[in-house]
Design a protein around this ligand. Structure first.
Ligand code: FDA
Length: 392
């Protein structure tokens, strides 16, 4: 059955698809917004612990990973965190800065989904949720999208179906399949912002499940100063999630467990209080269970005064450069985002349109642009969507 003719069909009603549809609709375009889930924005709803960390004041291109580090610059500069804050405030949504420039709703992430749906309604966007797309083809300048036995057409098709992280929320690799069909490249997708798993050789640390401490974690040139959390499978917490986006398999990450301690701290502590135990000295800076595990691994115990200076210097070095070689990650099932994706080389950074396929656009997480933890990924979703919505 033939359906309606639209100016644009947007596939995926997540952060990026909702925004692009709203912007294009409000410019007078007839837009169909499609999602196989029965409701829009499932990831928004669970984001930020239910309060949606909707942007980050520190947004800058160097806080994104991509094969082309310049690609995100244009869109991010034309739609800034301030632009999204203005929208949030125009909808009367109260917000606060939590830490490190991260902005959250005071109330609920539902408010952000409601905002986006209201913006879509203002643009008279047609919604088609809860129906899988059964077929897509292209000919004579028109994309034909088959769903529920009806064929909708438009000269513009926007891929906004995200990446495969958290499949139980309806996430899929659909974007990549579609991109490949139109000869767009795909950079190998991989789980990012994801907890690490540790092997049997690190069983001692897995016993620390629930222990959290502030660390500085390094992998090659990337480093983050945030909390780390031991889990029954390995390492999590913001510091570990951040570094996971950079990490490559079978390489070690290095953890500084005492980032605030002055150089020579253990030797100084020995001079000041030789009768104090090593355990107590470490436990002044670290949770006790972690202090015990680290000393166990170092094979050290007893009073500071009983340790030679060189042994204390070596122990401090070890605490500052503790190497973990994760045996993997918890994978797409637990990854907050997907790194990699539709190669930016085939897309215009101004409009997100495929250079060689007229009318085909890709936005949001589907594209090979991945932000740090802390609101950067939503800011990319909004910015890439606005660039596209203004162009179609
Ligand atoms: P998104 O995944 O949001 O939307 C894609 C849409 O396409 C979905 O609605 C999906 O159902 C639909 N779809 C998929 N396949 C389809 C198909 N075959 N047919 C039709 N529809 C299809 N980021 C941030 O900045 N701040 C935060 O607080 C958080 N918190 C957070 C928590 C958790 C638990 C997760 C998993 C992720 C986050 N993120 C985040 C990341 C953020 O959610 C993510 O980067 C954006 O949602 C990406 O937006 P997109 O619209 O590109 O994809």
């Amino acid at each position: 059955m033939n359906g309606q003719a639209f100016d644009a069909i947007v596939l995926g009603a997540g952060a990026a698809g909702l925004m692009a549809a709203a912007v294009a609709g409000q410019r007078g375009k007839r837009v169909l917004l499609v999602d196989h889930n029965p409701e829009a924005g499932r990831k928004i709803l669970i984001s930020g612990g239910g309060r949606c960390n909707f942007t980050n004041l520190g947004t800058a291109p160097d806080r994104y990973l991509s094969d082309n580090l310049h690609f995100a610059k244009s869109a991010l500069s034309r739609y800034t965190p301030r632009d999204f804050i203005d929208l949030v405030e125009a909808h009367g949504i109260a917000w606060h800065e939590k830490t490190l420039g991260q902005l959250f709703c005071d109330g609920s992430a539902r408010q952000i989904v409601a905002l986006l749906l209201e913006e879509c309604a203002k643009g008279q966007v047609r919604l088609a949720f809860g129906e899988p797309v059964s077929h897509i083809d292209y000919g004579d300048g028109l994309y034909r999208v088959m769903m529920a036995g009806t064929r909708h057409t438009a000269p513009v098709l926007v891929i906004a179906t995200g990446g495969p992280s958290i499949p139980k929320l309806g996430a899929s690799g659909f974007a990549y399949d579609l991109a490949r069909r139109f000869d767009l490249g795909v950079i190998q997708p991989r789980p990012a912002l994801v907890p690490f798993t540790l092997g049997e050789d690190e069983a001692l640390f897995r016993e620390l499940s629930g222990v959290s401490t502030e660390v500085e974690v390094h992998w090659k040139k990337a480093h983050f100063r945030e909390a780390a959390l031991f889990t029954h499978r390995g390492l999590s917490g913001p510091a570990m999630l951040q570094i996971s986006s950079y990490w490559q398999h079978r390489t070690p990450i290095q953890v500084d467990f005492v980032p605030d301690a002055a150089r020579g701290w253990l030797v100084d502590a020995k001079r000041a209080a030789p009768r104090q135990t090593l355990r107590r000295t470490l436990a002044e800076r670290l949770p006790e269970r972690l202090a015990d595990a680290l000393l166990d691994k170092l094979g050290m115990a007893g009073e500071l005064g009983a340790q030679g200076d060189r042994a204390l210097v070596r122990a401090e070095e070890a605490l500052r450069r503790w190497a973990f070689t994760p045996n993997g990650t918890e994978g797409f099932a637990k990854a907050e985002v997907t790194a990699g994706g539709i190669a930016t080389a085939g897309l215009s950074s101004q409009t997100m349109e495929a250079r060689k396929v007229p009318g085909l656009y890709a936005i949001g997480e589907a594209v090979d642009v991945t932000g740090w933890l802390g609101g950067y990924n939503f800011q990319w979703a909004w910015a890439s969507a606005v660039a596209c919505g203004r162009a179609i």
